[in-house]
Design a protein around this ligand. Sequence first.
Ligand code: ZN
Length: 134
Amino acid sequence: MDYIVDHIGIAVNDIKTSIPLYERLLGEPCYKTELVPSEAVDTAFFFQNGAKIELVASTDPDGVIAKFIGKKGEGLHHVAFEVPDILAEMERLKKEGFTLLNEAPKLGADNKWVCFVHPKDANGVLVELCQTRK
Ligand code: ZN
């Protein structure tokens, strides 16, 4: 299976202040923002080519990102790999004993199907699989 890093997710409290901060840091404008209702998050993307940076902020005080920041603070949240066939990869990982956080692919940001692997099975790293929707 070919794993290509698609993006690194960074949990932030306030996307409105983090966008200009990352624009200054990366020397590049944010090229897209997108609300993702399925995850109750607001996202902002940098670097259209190559591995992207995704800022993720919660739109719901009880959402997963709000909970993550409550526990660990802002910072690195997940690493996302683009895979050619997310269903096949989910099957493979289940057989390998990994815990998937969703049973079926969900509609994520950036026109992708996504599935998360539990961080307890990956040395504390939340892994996102994603596949571009055709
Ligand atoms: Zn992501």
